[in-house]
Design a protein around this ligand. Structure first.
Ligand code: SF4
Length: 433
């Protein structure tokens, strides 16, 4: 399931925490709210997307007390609170701090970590140890506080799902070792698994030093020669500090397509997974998910594809089936043959002033047969929260809806449809087939 949470033309409206980053890193956070057309917006970082049931309760309490009462999932497994009172910053920070969702004010926007949502649940190795260690290392590093809110770490259990998301620093499980990828480099360093988090932080700190002059926010934004230098420097530092990566690097191209967990039961079943239509959860749906988590593993994992994995144990397959049926009845996507599977959209009108139309309503109106490719609707050319890999791009322009197939960095010639909802739905269905 794909859906969107955008940075809709933000401008700071309140802050209640530490010194803030430079004005050109406009990424919203918890201590730096941003103004959208539907009120202020806060983005709460949830490293690895992992939430205990208690923390999930706290997020809902924040949404109901200060915002529109809904939880909006982002393409990094974070949560956005929308429709906030612009003056709520201090009280919101207090609530989230008490719940453990704001462990370091200085690092709140640097804790961007995605992790394979099914890690440890369907036969793959867990990455929870890496996750907690890396989060603690990031929060303990004075340098890391200056990472951009756009910088991303990925912890991949070896299946390649979050490796495909184009993170700045990726750790990939590989038996007793792990592979460290910097940006989109095809050559990765092999290091002992236990050294992964330290190596990931080291790579981020090396990036920060190299980026000082270029002003780059992400590895991909560095000039080619500087990026190559970062790779060389990280490798040299790894050899020196963790006595690792002294062998030849490994050729492992980044996967082109990210494969989200399919809605349904996983691992016999050790988990269930649901997708969230357009990434927006009502308070009723959130309470239901939290209650399901409490009955089983006491955990929710928000995925970078706007889905939610509920780890078990579930005991019998019937228990997982019952839980899925209950969530489906509440409007969540619990089976891969839902017409909503693979449909995403940015917030669009009326939440975003830049939007040329209500793309969520349009996406809903065009929902049809399940397509082979995901589709993503954007209200303007910014395409906030768009997917990666191969997908169908529907963007609203002054000339109509432009539909094109995107494959990584390549885009096929578009087709434009004007003022004809039926023709638009048919064109989107044909493009996805
Ligand atoms: S309309 Fe444009 S700026 Fe607004 S949320 Fe959509 S893609 Fe982002």
């Amino acid at each position: 399931m794909l859906a969107a949470m955008p940075d809709s033309a933000p401008s700071p409206v309140s802050a209640g925490g530490p010194a803030l980053r430079g004005s050109d890193d406009a990424c919203p956070g918890t201590l730096r709210l941003h103004r959208a057309d539907d009120g202020a917006l806060a983005r709460v970082r949830v490293p690895g997307g992992v939430l205990s049931a208690d923390r999930a309760d706290a997020l809902l309490a924040a949404a109901e007390r200060f915002g529109d009462g809904e939880l909006h999932l982002t393409s990094r497994g974070n949560v956005q609170l929308r429709g906030l009172d612009a003056a709520c910053g201090g009280a919101l920070a207090e609530l989230l701090t008490a719940a453990g969702l704001l462990p370091s004010a200085a690092h709140e926007r640097a804790r961007n970590i995605v992790a394979s949502p099914l890690a440890g649940l369907d036969g793959s190795p867990p990455v929870s140890g890496w996750l907690s260690e890396l989060d603690a290392l990031v929060c303990g590093s004075a340098a890391a506080a200056s990472l951009s809110g756009r910088f991303l770490f990925a912890l991949d259990d070896g299946r390649g799902d979050v490796d495909a998301l184009g993170a700045d620093v990726t750790l990939i499980a590989a038996g007793d070792s792990c592979l460290l990828r910097i940006g989109a480099e095809d050559e990765v360093s092999r290091i002992p698994g236990g050294e992964g988090p330290r190596a990931a932080l080291l790579a981020a700190e090396t990036f920060l030093r190299a980026a000082r002059d270029s002003g780059a926010w992400r590895v991909k934004d560095l000039p080619d020669d500087v990026r190559a230098g970062v790779r060389t420097d990280v490798r040299a530092e790894l050899v020196r500090t963790v006595r690792a990566a002294s062998g030849p690097s490994v050729h492992r191209p980044r996967p082109r397509t990210a494969t989200p967990p399919a809605p349904g039961a996983h691992g016999s079943p050790n988990a269930i997974s649901v997708d969230v239509p357009l990434g927006r959860l009502t308070s009723t749906q959130w309470r239901l998910l939290t209650a399901t988590a409490r009955r089983h593993g006491d955990e929710l994992r928000l995925t970078p594809w706007r889905g939610i994995v509920v780890p078990g144990p579930f005991g019998r397959p019937e228990d997982a089936a019952d839980a899925l049926a209950t969530l489906a009845a509440a409007g969540l996507i619990a089976a891969p043959d839902s017409p909503w599977t693979g449909v995403g959209a940015c917030i669009g009108h009326p939440g975003c002033a830049k939007s040329l139309s209500d793309v969520r309503a349009e996406a809903g109106a065009a929902v049809g047969p399940v397509g082979r490719l995901p589709v993503y609707w954007s209200g303007c050319e910014r395409r906030c929260g768009h997917p990666h890999g191969e997908w169908i791009d529907v963007v609203v322009t002054p000339d109509g809806h432009r539909i094109s197939l995107v494959r990584g960095e390549r885009r096929d010639p578009p087709r434009t449809v004007r003022d004809d909802p039926a023709a638009l739905a048919a064109a989107v269905a044909s493009a996805r087939a």
